[in-house]
Write a protein that binds this ligand. Structure first.
Ligand SMILES: [Zn+2]
Length: 383
């Protein structure tokens, strides 16, 4: 199953020339799940018909007892683009070498579906007291459009109350918190003119100097205001990543743009931060009165903050023997949280080899992962 899933290309990218459909992976999964009794919904993303989510659910025969929550085994079907020249194996041919399985998505995270299916083998409706769902999303690597669409759909709402395991690469150690991601563009429009007379225009770069100063002050204020010792970098980071303005030294700069990356801690609201940034810049720039526009470069990813005492986190800690931690990457967990699904991130791959040539999964992770997932199914779904 792992070899077949990896053989189906499903690159997602913000670059349209690299972006591919994930439908073939989803159809493969549905083709295996349907004969096992799962009801499979293949749900195309609004405005992106070649991208689909799969919601496959095995429902119990009888009525669900009160408090029986059910389980969602969740992952993304897409991979990042790859540098074929730098791979020593074919990225689409699962290859075993020195105790490792190489392939694009071996670690992050297409192989998780094969392990989840293996853990589900032999489970049938009569054994269930609560539903077991396998969720396979589109576009996690290029903006999380799949999870966002799911969070707004009736199929998503049907998952409310369940616990979830998201099989992103954590070396099978549980994770319950991560920071969010915001990427914002700040555009200033002034008026160009001959450099010899400043009164002929309004210099956008002069205003940008004030914007930079204000953002650096804001960054320091945020770091004082927000602290979370669970993270290696315990404060929200703000990176000045890209700036462009003007065209020629002898012209007043008419336009300038700055792009920043801000990683909020759990508890910080993405929309509120954007509004605060806008307000601060407007206030500082008031008397210079250039046109200021603050807008997101992408919808942004909210932070993950599953409570440390959530049942699914506690169970993950007990089964793995590891305390749940924070990670530095974002996942789809916040979108599941919007649906009332409490998630732990726990998967067999290693983040260090994800998004790299020769991505791989150690063979000795397979059986422990299947056992672990089987224990989650037992706890949340079986009689
Ligand atoms: Zn991933």
């Amino acid at each position: 199953m792992m070899a077949a899933i990896i053989a189906e290309p499903s690159v997602s990218s913000v670059d349209p020339s690299l972006d591919q459909s994930n439908r073939s992976v989803v159809e493969l999964l549905a083709g295996w799940l349907e004969p096992m009794g799962f009801r499979c919904v293949i749900d195309p993303l609004p405005d992106q018909p070649k991208k689909v989510n799969l919601i496959a659910t095995l429902h119990p025969d009888g009525p669900r007892p009160e408090g029986a929550r059910g389980l969602v085994l969740s992952g993304h079907t897409d991979t990042v683009p790859f540098d074929g020249d730098r791979w020593t194996t074919d990225p689409f041919t699962l290859t075993e070498r020195d105790g490792k399985l190489y392939g694009l998505g071996a670690s992050d995270m297409k192989s998780f579906f094969a392990l989840a299916l293996e853990a589900t083998r032999g489970v049938h409706a009569g054994m269930l007291r609560a539903p077991l769902t396998l969720l396979a999303t589109a576009d996690e690597e290029s903006g999380m459009d799949g999870a966002r669409a799911l969070a707004a759909s009736e199929h998503g709402r049907a998952l409310a109350g369940a616990a979830a395991v998201i099989g992103e690469p954590t070396g099978n150690r549980p994770v319950h918190v991560h920071k969010g991601i915001m990427m914002e563009s700040i555009r200033i429009t002034g008026r160009s003119g001959h450099s010899s007379d400043p009164h002929l225009g309004r210099n956008a770069l002069d205003a940008m100097a004030v914007v930079l100063d204000e953002i650096i002050l804001w960054r320091a204020a945020l770091a004082v205001r927000h602290r979370d010792p669970r993270f290696a970098i315990p404060y929200p980071t703000l990176n000045l990543g890209h700036i462009h303005g003007g065209d020629n030294p002898n012209r007043i700069c008419g336009r300038a743009e700055l792009q920043i990356d801000l990683r909020p801690l759990p508890g910080m609201d993405v929309d509120a931060l954007r509004e605060e940034l806008r307000e601060r810049l407007r206030e500082r720039l008031a008397e210079r009165a250039p046109d200021l526009e603050v807008s997101p470069l992408s919808p942004g990813q909210p932070p993950m903050a599953t409570p440390a005492d959530a049942e699914v986190v506690r169970l993950a800690e007990r089964l793995t023997g590891h305390k749940s931690q924070a990670v530095a990457f974002a996942t789809e967990a916040p979108y599941l949280a919007r649906l009332g699904v409490e998630a732990v991130v726990l998967g067999p791959g290693d983040i260090n080899c994800a998004h790299q040539p020769d991505e791989h999964l150690p063979v000795d992770r397979l059986e422990p992962t299947v056992r672990l997932l089987r224990q989650f199914i037992q706890h949340f779904c079986l009689h």
